[in-house]
Ligand binder design. Structure first.
Ligand SMILES: Cc1cc2nc3c(=O)[nH]c(=O)nc-3n(C[C@H](O)[C@H](O)[C@H](O)COP(=O)(O)O)c2cc1C
Length: 225
């Protein structure tokens, strides 16, 4: 039986968009007779025993799906740590497929594809994983993983994303490799040029409000003083 290991690389753990994507795909795979295991990287790194268990699971699976957010155009620390551990252990990974999924906060998917995906490519090549494609998802916060929401609970705006994850699950089930994908994940109107400025304004106002609520001033320029 094909075994697929989901590694959730969000420091938010189960309350993350990464987790909600992972569970959604895993359930589809289980429904089609594949065996899945889901590990939260942050929890696994908490002890030597759990870290060893995670590395053992990686060695014994047929496919690793690593799902993580974009942090500063890059991988979060816990994912970098995991990548270093895999590289240091020098495992035989040639038969194991590797597929990273990255979600970001901003609506510019190039922020993911420019650095983070090439880093995963380099990592896979270095440790010997068999590249099976990748998925870059912009505006991951829209899927409300941080509030513990799962994909089936979301409304119409998540239709396109559910379709993308369905296709990805189908490819895993049929053993087909995917290209590096950075699809549009929202209804067309979200990409209209005319709405770019108003969306940016709404976003800016939101961050100003959050800063104020936390006693900060978004317009502060301390280094200019
Ligand atoms: C420390 C930190 C750095 C981040 N850096 C970026 C970034 O460079 N670009 C971006 O678009 N989003 C960035 N984000 C936003 C996250 O990628 C975004 O909130 C994502 O949806 C979180 O996914 P998760 O729920 O799976 O953790 C950052 C968030 C944090 C906390």
């Amino acid at each position: 039986m094909t075994k697929v290991l989901f590694l959730i690389g969000s420091p938010r753990g189960k309350k993350s968009t990464s987790f909600s994507f992972g569970i959604y795909i895993a359930e589809k795979l289980q429904g089609n007779g594949l065996e899945t295991t889901t590990l939260i990287v942050r929890s696994q790194l908490a002890s030597e025993e759990k870290t060893s268990q995670m590395l053992k699971e990686i060695e014994e699976t047929n496919m690793v799906v690593l799902i993580a957010p974009l942090y500063d155009d890059c991988q979060p620390y816990i994912v970098i740590k995991l990548m270093e551990l895999i590289a240091a252990k020098k495992m035989n990974l040639e038969e194991i497929k590797f597929l990273p999924i990255v979600n970001s906060g901003f609506g510019e998917v190039v922020q993911i594809t420019a650095v983070s995906i090439p880093l995963y490519h380099k990592f896979a090549k270095t440790v010997g994983f068999n590249w099976a494609g990748s998925l870059a998802v912009e505006v991951g916060e829209m899927f409300q993983g941080r509030y513990g929401k799962l994909m089936p609970e979301l409304g119409k705006t998540a239709n396109i994303m559910r379709g993308i994850l369905d296709n990805l699950a189908d490819a895993i089930i049929s053993g087909t490799d995917l290209p590096d994908m950075a699809p549009r994940t929202f209804p067309r109107m979200f990409y209209w040029k005319i709405l770019k400025k108003p969306f940016a304004k709404i976003n800016t106002n939101h961050w100003r409000k959050v800063a104020k609520e936390n006693g900060e001033d978004a317009d502060a320029r301390p280094y200019l003083e």
